[in-house]
Design a protein around this ligand. Structure first.
Ligand code: GLA
Length: 578
């Protein structure tokens, strides 16, 4: 195909190669789908009748330490772009640097918060310098994949919903320039909800809108501020995300399909956010904080009730959408790729455990405890995620008051005996009576940083309870003990899953456990928590192998000594999105 003119927004219709073009898009984030399944998910996207893939770029994963970049394996963005191109999908890239996306700190690296004066998403020099340094690397990878260079990228988004943050007027022009100056030449877009539209745009970029329910006034408004331009719903929310301690959101096909039908009838373009959500593996899930007294962390699954499920299964929405989109193609749609088999493996028994207290790696000691981002570890990038142990010596009894200085949740111990949990709600604990010097230990968990709203600068984690404190990091290396000896909590628990044939996807169930994290063959599957709603963790087949697979669970409080498996997920009690 000859490349003369890419995507343009010069009239009420998009054009591609000067011919009218409808964006039928869907979001799949490469960082939420095991690489071994990228192709499967994109083929399923293609077979649903979509023509455009949209993805964010997670800065925090690509630059885990300042100046250290990773674009390999699961993070090989170029391979993802090439794959999309080879399957005949166009790409709209959403490089952030802030992405929201229910992702820790909206994708911003936590080491940015080491600067006590940091002002994220502004032209504060400490922020722009870091963005420039990241974009120098990122854009080198992106530029060659643009449409004009023969690649699939037809548009690039500037930042993300800046209109609902809008702390600095100079920021969006800076971000636009950050793309242009590095060789981005395709169409630029911004993406905002109805409220954000007022302040989210930047001259020279097409404004697009995000919503779930179609409100004719919103469309009129968009038309008013931007007459005679094509209209794109950049995020048509196909479902919604879930929070721990809450219910599982569903958005029924009956509610969704008429809206999508109407959007297409209005001659608008659409991007399904998400087409396939995938999983917040590791410690990557964010937290929600708008309009509630304290932040609530996101669950591990990012199923999102999207048309393609977390494990890549077709849903009712998928089939109905396929039928709808088929009318927008001259050729019949490709056949449906075959369904993936699941396995409910036999339960496995824990055979070894390692106490938290035997797995500590001393980090530092300080008069004033520091937040985890400022710990002197990881080449001075601090600790980004997970748990940190703070310890001090006490000589008195009485009540421990956190004065709300715990971010986000702490298990409290005196001489290694569990006393209770401190969090945003519980800020006081009575310490047991005792004489002499005793060790007070606080195991503080960063449950996920807020990813949306105005409090991004306040997401430092750990505790600042004053006194002489020592810090420890946890690692599951140390002296493992047989289960014949009673385990102590918190602790690491090890089991072997034997797979006798080609490994299939499965789901882990832990009904006899309370809260922790599961690792399989060294891959962090994410957090589990008995309060739900999510009750199963997705285990992708490509992360297993034939023979013995090592499972390690870090559990805070209790175990029945067994790990169970299921062939389908359990996301908990449901509630309709509205
Ligand atoms: C906004 C953001 C997305 C995502 C959705 C909710 O529109 O732009 O990144 O957070 O909300 O899922």
């Amino acid at each position: 195909m000859s490349r003369v003119e890419g995507l343009r927004a010069n009239s009420s219709q998009f054009t591609l190669e000067r011919k009218p073009f409808h964006i039928l898009g869907g979001s799949i984030h490469y960082f939420r789908v095991p690489r071994g399944y990228w192709e499967d998910r994109l083929l399923k996207m293609k077979a649903c009748g979509l023509n455009t893939l949209t993805t964010y770029v997670p800065w925090n994963l690509h630059e885990p330490e300042r100046g250290v970049f990773n674009f390999e394996d699961q993070l090989d963005l170029e391979a993802y772009l090439r794959l999309a191109a080879s399957l005949g999908l166009w790409v709209i890239l959403r490089p952030g640097p802030y992405i929201c996306a229910e992702w820790d700190l909206g994708g911003l690296p936590s080491w940015l918060l080491r600067d006590q004066n940091m002002k994220l998403r502004t032209t504060y020099p400490g922020f722009t310098a870091a963005v420039n340094s990241f974009f120098n690397q990122l854009m080198k990878k992106v530029v060659p994949h643009q449409y004009s260079k023969g690649g699939p990228i037809i548009a690039v988004q500037v930042e993300n919903e800046y209109g609902s943050f809008a702390k600095d007027e100079d920021y969006m022009p800076f971000m636009k320039e950050a793309l242009l100056s590095r060789g981005i030449t395709e169409l630029l877009l911004t993406s905002d909800n109805r409220e954000g539209l007022k302040r989210g745009g930047v001259k020279g970029a097409l404004e697009t809108i995000n919503f779930q329910k179609l409100n004719p006034n919103d469309i009129k408004y968009l038309d008013g501020i931007q007459p005679n331009k094509p209209k794109l719903v950049m995020e048509y929310w196909s479902g919604w995300f879930d929070l721990w301690g809450d219910l599982h959101h569903v958005y029924t096909a009956e509610d969704m399909i008429p809206v999508v039908t109407e959007i297409l009838k209005l001659d608008m373009s659409i991007n399904l956010y998400m087409f396939h959500g995938g999983t917040n593996f590791g410690f990557m899930s964010g937290a929600f904080a708008v309009g509630i007294p304290a932040p609530k962390p996101m669950v591990t699954s990012y199923d999102y009730d999207a048309p393609l499920s977390e494990a890549g299964d077709y849903t009712t929405k998928y089939h109905l959408l396929r039928n709808l989109f088929s009318h927008y193609h001259a050729q019949p749609l490709p056949e449906l790729p075959s369904h993936q088999e699941r396995r409910a493996y036999q339960p496995v028994v824990i055979h070894q455990h390692l106490s938290l207290w035997d797995s500590l790696h001393f980090t530092d000691k300080s008069e004033r405890p520091v937040n985890m981002e400022n710990l002197p570890v990881n080449n001075n990038n601090g600790q980004s995620y997970g748990y940190t142990l703070y310890e001090t010596t006490i000589t008195s009894e009485g009540t421990l008051n956190s004065k709300n200085n715990i971010r986000d949740r702490a298990l409290v111990f005196v001489d290694k005996h569990f006393v209770g949990v401190l969090d945003y709600k519980t800020q006081e604990l009575a310490l047991p009576d005792g004489k002499g010097k005793r060790t007070l230990s606080l195991l503080v968990e960063n449950c996920g940083r807020v990813n949306y709203g105005k409090t991004l600068d306040d997401q430092r984690k750990g505790t600042s309870l004053c006194n002489v404190f020592s810090f420890y990091r946890l690692e599951s290396s140390g002296h493992w003990m047989s289960m014949r000896q009673r385990p102590s909590f918190p602790g690491f628990f090890q089991a072997r899953l034997y797979v006798n044939s080609f490994p299939k996807d499965t789901f882990i169930k832990l009904p006899g456990w309370s809260k922790g994290v599961v690792f399989i063959n060294g891959k962090n599957l994410g957090r589990y928590w008995s309060i739900g709603p999510q009750q199963t963790l997705y285990v992708p087949g490509p992360w297993l192998h034939k023979g013995d697979n090592e499972v390690i669970v870090f559990e805070e409080q209790e175990t029945d000594g067994k790990i169970q498996f299921a062939s389908s997920p359990d996301y908990g009690m449901t509630v309709d999105v509205q």
